[in-house]
Design a protein around this ligand. Sequence first.
Ligand code: FE2
Length: 306
Amino acid sequence: MAQSSRGIEESLTEAALARLANDTDARFRQIIGALIRHVHAFVREVELTEEEWFEGIKFLTATGQKCDERRQEFILLSDVLGVSMLVDAINHRRQTGATENTVLGPFFVHGAKEIANGDDMAAGWPGEPTHVSGQVVDTAGKPIAGAHLEIWQSDDDGHYDVQLPTFAERQLRAKLRTDGEGRFAFRTIKPSSYPVPVDGPVGLILDRMGRHPMRPAHIHFIVSAPGYETCVTHLFVKGDDYLGSDAVFGVKESLIVDFVRNESEAEAKKLGVKAPFYTASYDFVLQPADAGKQQAVRAASDAVKA
Ligand SMILES: [Fe+2]
């Protein structure tokens, strides 16, 4: 017997869920089942028109087409909708005093050069000289010798190396290991606030939402050591105008650091920088690894590999 269209509206969700095979992976069934229920509920709630449905298809198509080995528009979309931070929050419920996570973001790439403690990761780049130092410790305060830090940031114009037409090698990126006391130090330039890329579909949707695309100034870090949960995070510059309205919702109070201006020529000389310069200090606290919960660190290029 033919169903009325009202009947189909009501029964379609159950029909789609009923098609899920019982012998498919249980976790996959849970995820795809929830996706079907929530997408159907969304379409019912807004009574999506056919034109709007096709606009959505076009938007997602354009988002995919914007992606390549250096550009990850889907991660950016996830970031600006707050989804990345929600996934991060659910997966890193740290209540032990360990350093908080924040978004990885779309600009991480593999292959940064290894530098020695105290080296300059911004050699040759214009900007305000900055010296960053600190210690990596466990939740009991014990220093972690040989901890690995992966560091990346934008230039003083707010661009990452992968966004520059001149991109050829890794720049404003470095790998560094803590010394025997868990200490680290490196020289760089003071990061500046920057807009997320707005020349693609994510820029259009931000504009439609009446939102600015700015991120407060920050330096990215991945801090890891065997036996500890990897910490993917940023250090934000205290006083930045956008700390309260980060386009990707990544700011956490505990990650805001004072970049202190120093005009002393003598102190600049000691640190190998030119005055005036800035110093920032932060101790990263890692918690013991919970088996199976280590975060895989993925670059944009990993998403376009077969
Ligand atoms: Fe960033």
